[in-house]
Design a protein around this ligand. Structure first.
Ligand SMILES: CC(C)(COP(=O)(O)OP(=O)(O)OC[C@H]1O[C@@H](n2cnc3c(N)ncnc32)[C@H](O)[C@@H]1OP(=O)(O)O)[C@@H](O)C(=O)NCCC(=O)NCCS
Length: 171
């Protein structure tokens, strides 16, 4: 997957916090896609990026006007010793004005490659059962559905089902 023209992808630093928070808060404010219902301040986002656990990264996609999307990859499980070291989880957020231009796919290509380099063998993640945009995106990337947990998230006071999905990085 090539990177769309005029867009570049790189690893974020804490100084990218404002742009990352703007994209994330835009999705949260939209109220339809995210499992999060509470916006983040720039300072909170800066701390999040600075304190990312080992074997984690945040990729950003930038256009001339600044950050338009980002993707996080972090260990799925940090409460056991080594048993889940090969499993990462991933979150993807593209600004509404830049969707369906291949930005999410380009981020995933970069993230899958880096995750493999870091020793991960699969990505395990989740999405709102009513988020058909995310489902379409992840299925296009080769994820498969594991199942749906009912009434699993309480977002802005409403119970929502959560679909769990996985993708092996090595085929
Ligand atoms: C889901 C999301 C990350 C996709 O990012 P994107 O940059 O628009 O995706 P791409 O343009 O790279 O799409 C790649 C492929 O995924 C599939 N896809 C992407 N968006 C889709 C949608 N809304 N419906 C169906 N399929 C979709 C398509 O097959 C697409 O290829 P095509 O455009 O050639 O048909 C983006 O819509 C988004 O940020 N949504 C809000 C936040 C969110 O839901 N994040 C996921 C949380 S789990």
């Amino acid at each position: 997957m090539s990177v769309p023209s005029g867009i570049s992808i790189r690893r974020a630093t804490p100084d990218d916090a404002a742009g990352v928070a703007a994209v994330l808060n835009g999705v949260i404010a939209g109220g339809r896609h995210s499992l999060l219902d509470t916006p983040f301040t720039e300072a909170e986002e800066r701390l999040y990026i600075r304190e990312l656990p080992e074997r984690s990264f945040l990729h950003i996609a930038e256009a001339a006007g600044g950050i338009i999307a980002f993707q996080t990859v972090v260990p799925w499980n940090t409460f056991t010793t080594r048993e889940f070291d090969h499993v990462a989880t991933m979150g993807t957020y593209v600004d509404e004005r830049h969707r369906r231009r291949g930005v999410g796919a380009a981020l995933a290509a970069a993230s899958f490659a880096r995750a493999l380099e870091m020793g991960y063998e699969k990505i395990f993640t989740d999405l709102r059962a009513d988020n058909l945009d995310s489902l379409g995106y992840h299925l296009a990337l080769g994820f498969t559905i594991i199942g749906t947990a009912r009434r699993h998230a309480r977002v802005a006071g409403r119970d929502i089902g959560v679909i769990f999905i996985e993708r092996f990085l090595k085929g």
